[in-house]
Design a protein around this ligand. Sequence first.
Ligand code: AR6
Length: 172
Amino acid sequence: MRPERIELVLGDITKQQVDAIVNAANATLLGGGGVDGAIHRAAGPKLLEECRKLGGCPTGEARITQGYKLPAKWIIHTVGPVWHGGGRAEDKLLAACYRNSLALAEQHGIKTIAFPCISTGAYGFPYEGAAKTAIEEIKKFLEGSTTIEKVVFVCFLKRDCECYARLLKKAA
Ligand code: AR6
């Protein structure tokens, strides 16, 4: 795998110039706080209209909508696990979020995609463990994917950005 296929950015995911951004949503897919709120605000009210038609999404799975007013053409909504201490398959469910989001991206011919740090805000997943899972899952997927050209990790917090930088360096 070419390491340049993974990029790291400190900033706001709604501003990213990529084909698709991933939303850390909840099972209703009807919006919320954090990155979900920011995405709905930036995309505009038509996003909620489309989300209402989807009928929710179970934890670990992903759904796709248009990006509306965002620079990104698509939004992939995935539902991360709530952290309960690690004994409720949280890690497997988080890995499934990354895998299922990328699979959906591939099906739609998406070449560039940006991820937030799923589950590490309101859902309380420890950030370092979450970053390890995200990197592992994405590297594995990229090794088998010829269509996805670039994956961007968009960290909102400096803490997360530093953690990803360290782990990506180690994994290179
Ligand atoms: N761009 C990129 N990352 C962001 C942005 C942004 N504009 N805003 C926040 N983050 P969270 P979760 C980061 O809480 O833990 C919602 O209410 C943030 O710093 O948004 O998966 C949903 O509706 C953190 O690193 O998502 C669900 O109910 C990361 O995004 C619930 O929260 C994830 O934090 C999902 O919780």
